[in-house]
Each structure stands twice: as structure tokens, then as C-alpha cells.
Design a protein around this ligand. Structure first.
Ligand code: BDR
Ligand code: CA
Length: 306
């Protein structure tokens, strides 16, 4: 089977770790590169976290470090949710820098995309700074990008601001560049992320499932994205789930813009479901997910990990 080439742009991040696990152990995917972006915590920590995960799984995927700040704004983090290190709760071995490229994330993405025989799918699961820079510095990559499936945004309310979801809130200017790019975009935002839960009985199964499950179970005890009792939000796995099993989702083609100036609403994705703005659609927006089938898919996928 021809594996689908993907690049994951990430800020691990506990829910990022789950998404990365599923992608790395999927028989359908070829993870060509992991690029890091400051988001949940700063760039040095998220890069270390990516390297720690790869060492834990003994996977040799190159890692390239990305932007340490948003395009224009001051960084805001989510260490209240993921802990001070960004992946608090498990004692990882210190990784070496063998997998860390000298190239920065933008140059590494450019090279990997241009070298790929088949168009590459980008999976951004953090703020969109690196992707925006890539599309501005090297617009020629667009012809070899299959699609961008991103976790971010919301059709309704926010989780960082009243109306803004964290990944878009942190770098709205970058998000606008991505939505305006003309590339095929799938937006898996809070409308599905809030329903993509790991329930207590799932966490219990994970603990004894395999080494990945044991590690994730331990991280989940410190993860504040929901609660161990009522369910933990697997936001970032929604992007991988859409890639591998789009029929779990209900999605609509629509126009999405990003609010940059609103004094209360900067970072909001303005999803024009009713066509008020009269603009052609630029994204497929996931508006619903089947929570039961998502949980089943998540556990089945994690069972395939080491
Ligand atoms: C997003 O914010 C981050 O904290 C998570 O990793 C996810 O990418 C959810 O809003
Ligand atoms: Ca993330």
C-alpha cells in the first residue's frame, strides 16, 4: 500500500502526543517530518518533547524547530493545561539531538515537500506560524501540497478567548494567511474537539494496553483538558482522525475568515455557514463527530502502538 506522506506541525502538548502516536504507528501514513511550534509551551520545550516521544517509541523521524513567537503578537502559552514542561506527568528519558535537523522548520518543510514524489498533506496541530511562513517564503510548495488538515478554530465559542480557540488565538495573522492561501483546508475545531473524549473506562484500558497506553495514562493524570472523570479532550487527534477516517465527521464546505482586530474577539474563526459574506468556500469545516465511533477508533489506533 502506498503510504500517504504527511508533515505534523506540533506543540506537544499532551493531546498532541496522542495524535503523534496514532500517526507514527498507522500503516497508512508516512510521517516524513515533525516540525515544532511554540504554543502550549515555548519552542525549546516543545522541541524537546517531540524528541522525547520519538526516543520513547524508537522512531527515527526528523524534527525541525520552528518559530519561537507568533508573527506579530506576544506568545501566550497553555502550561496551565499541559503542565510546566508541556508534557507533565511522565518521566521520559532525556533525548539526544540526533534527530534534530540543523534546518529550521520552514526550510525543512520546503525541502521535504519539494522532494516528495506524491503531494504531501500538512497536519498543523498548534498555532499556524510555521505554515504561514512556509506559504509566504516558498509559495511554490503549494503545487505539491495535497491538503492542510488543521486542528483549530471554532464555529461557535472559544476555549482561550470568549470566541477564540487556542491555536488560532495565539497567532491569528498566521491563521488568516493559511485560510487565504487557496489550498484545500479541513478545519477540525472545537465543535468536534470538545466531543472527542477519552472517558474514564478508556483511560483504565490504556493503562495496561501497551507502553504507549501506559505513558499516555500517566500524562492524562496531569492533563487539564477536561477531567479524568468526565472525559479528556483529544483535540489534536481529530485532525489525524479526519485524515484516516473522514466518515466519523460531518463537514461542510464554507467560507472561513479570521478576526484580527476585534477588541474582544481577535483570533475568532468567522465561519460563514449561511453565506452572509457572499464569498466562495475556502475550507471544509467539521461541525460534528460521532463520539462513540471516535472513541472506538482512538482506542483501536492506540492498540496498534508499541
Ligand atoms: C488546542 O490547544 C492546545 O492546547 C491543544 O494541544 C490543541 O492543539 C486546543 O484548543
Ligand atoms: Ca496542539
Amino acid at each position: 500500500m502506498l503510504k500517504r506522506p504527511i508533515i505534523i506541525d506540533t506543540d506537544p502538548g499532551i493531546d498532541d502526543a496522542v495524535a503523534i502516536a496514532i500517526a507514527l504507528f498507522s500503516e497508512e501514513l508516512d510521517v516524513k517530518l515533525i516540525t515544532t511550534i511554540s504554543g502550549n509551551v515555548g519552542i525549546d520545550k516543545v522541541t524537546r518533547n517531540a524528541l522525547k516521544l520519538l526516543k520513547y517509541w524508537n522512531k527515527e523521524v526528523p524534527v525541525a524547530m520552528g518559530a519561537s513567537t507568533p508573527l506579530i503578537r506576544q506568545p501566550e502559552d497553555a502550561s496551565d493545561i499541559h503542565g510546566a514542561s508541556g508534557m507533565e506527568g511522565f518521566d521520559f528519558e532525556e533525548p539526544t539531538n540526533e534527530l534534530l535537523l540543523k534546518e529550521n522548520a520552514v526550510n525543512a518543510m520546503y525541502r521535504v515537500i519539494q522532494e516528495s514524489e506524491t503531494p504531501v498533506t500538512l497536519i498543523p496541530i498548534g498555532p499556524l506560524t510555521n505554515i504561514a511562513l512556509l506559504l509566504k517564503v516558498y509559495p511554490e510548495v503549494k503545487s505539491n501540497i495535497q491538503e492542510i488538515i488543521l486542528m483549530g478554530g471554532s464555529v461557535s465559542r472559544g476555549n482561550k478567548g470568549v470566541m477564540s480557540e487556542f491555536n488560532i488565538h495565539v497567532d491569528p495573522e498566521a491563521a488568516k494567511i493559511v485560510f487565504d492561501s487557496g489550498l484545500p483546508i479541513v478545519m477540525a475545531g472545537l465543535d468536534v474537539g470538545l466531543k472527542a473524549l477519552v472517558l474514564p473506562e478508556d483511560s483504565a484500558k490504556l493503562e495496561h494496553m501497551n507502553a504507549t497506553g501506559k505513558m499516555l495514562h500517566s500524562l492524562f493524570k496531569r492533563y487539564r483538558g477536561g477531567s479524568m472523570k468526565t472525559g479528556l479532550k483529544m483535540y489534536d487527534s481529530c485532525a489525524i482522525a479526519y485524515l484516516l477516517k473522514p466518515d466519523l465527521f460531518e463537514a461542510v464546505d464554507t467560507f472561513v475568515d479570521v478576526e484580527l482586530n476585534g477588541s474582544l474577539t481577535a483570533g475568532t474563526t468567522v465561519v460563514d455557514l449561511k453565506g452572509y459574506l457572499g464569498k466562495p468556500s475556502n475550507a471544509k469545516v467539521c461541525i460534528d463527530v460521532d463520539p462513540e465511533r471516535f472513541r472506538e477508533w482512538l482506542l483501536d489506533s492506540l492498540r496498534k502502538c508499541n
